[in-house]
Ligand binder design. Sequence first.
Ligand code: HAM
Length: 458
Amino acid sequence: MSEGSAKKGFGEKPQPTEEKPRKFQAIRGTRDLLPPETALWNRVEQTAHEVFATFGYGEIRPPIFEPTELFARAVGGETDIVSKEMYTFSNPMEGMLSEMALPEVEKISLRPEATASVCRAYIEHGMQQLPQPVKLYYMGPMFRRERPQKGRYRQFYQIGAEVLGGTDAPAIDAEVIEMVMTFFDKLELQGVQLDINSIGHSAPPVDGKNVCRRAYVEALRAALENVKDKLAADSQRRIETNPLRVLDSKLEHEQPIIEKLPRIGDHLCDECKAHYAAVKHELDLRGVKYRENWRLVRGLDYYMRTTFEITAKGLGSQNAVCGGGRYDGLVELLGGPPTKGIGFAIGEDRLILSLQESGKAPAQQGRDVYIAWMGENARATAIRAAKTLRNAGFRVELPPVEQKFGKALGQADKLGAKYALILGDNEVSSGEWTLKTLADGTQQKLTEPQLLEFLRKL
Ligand code: HAM
């Protein structure tokens, strides 16, 4: 180790380095979100807070990293997400934890999704003691080491919601879906298409009997074995690891083969069939339009019965803007009491992309008033005027140094200001300020109270 890279103790000053300046770029698959786009992100998030509150949801903010084992158990060790895409580190506290009588966590991962965290939190905070069901939502970054492309990033953002505990009444499934659709409606998202499916009853520990999905998977596996040599390598591998994922294939030549495979709908047990029929009826009652898609299987292991996905306009191949479903049994798998669960996550990056593509993005964030001032007297007045206008909620630009009026007006134009407030010696001494409307160049003289009144009326 060279001297320069030796670890420094706290309080020690870093040695000056001889290194040449170096430019850095955001890491592949990550990006900066910048204005004016961030205004749209804020609007989307604000709308989520408002809509979800009307359905009785409260916000949860789980940590960004968790024990790797939590995701391996919840999402499934064989899934792409866990087997290939997680950012995993050795826990730097390893060793010290057992000394502190804390459970040892050897590996930690940046969260690839948040359902596992919400279930962990439900158990950790004894939320089964609260009135059931507990309805929670979250928003924030998730991390998956996927191949970056349009609408697919390694750090991406989700807005999600989970309903835990209580019953598995089909009305809950329908209301969760209704909430996402209401949210998309409020945002005027275009080309929204909801696909639903039931993937049947999952494996124990929920219920050892009637595991119709298991029977279906075996039937599917057998059918796939018969056509194995016509499938691509990826699908061939999945016959063993996760045959349901073959149904997801987008490969052209596999489509006619997949269309002839056994369908889950024909294998559902009576309870799952009745649950699915009731979910559809509940959606009808709510006026939610859907398309049944027997090939919708989802890429996470915890799902059972209701699954759904929503696509939107302008997204190309990565067009799923929301995915979700029921996961009774997950809380139990994570050491909690038997608990029903259902939820969804919206890909916020994709939602924003779709809104932008359909022209729903706000234009550059302009200013209401640009204060063009000249002279020391005017400077004091300008500072006071800026304070008054900002307190009244207007967006104000106050240039820090004096500019000639011509230059100031040009600057106001570039910033998209609506008005220029012109303050020179004359204005200060007369107490009548000049307000120029930049769109048409008209000017008017106003006192300070008149100015406020004029702007407030707009
Ligand atoms: P998911 O389908 O893996 O489900 O992700 C949900 C949504 O997140 C996707 O539909 C997509 O819009 C977005 N998304 C996923 N990966 C990326 C990526 N690399 N770049 C950009 N956007 C992405 C879940 O995560 C489940 N936890 C959803 C859930 C909640 N199910 C029940 N509760």
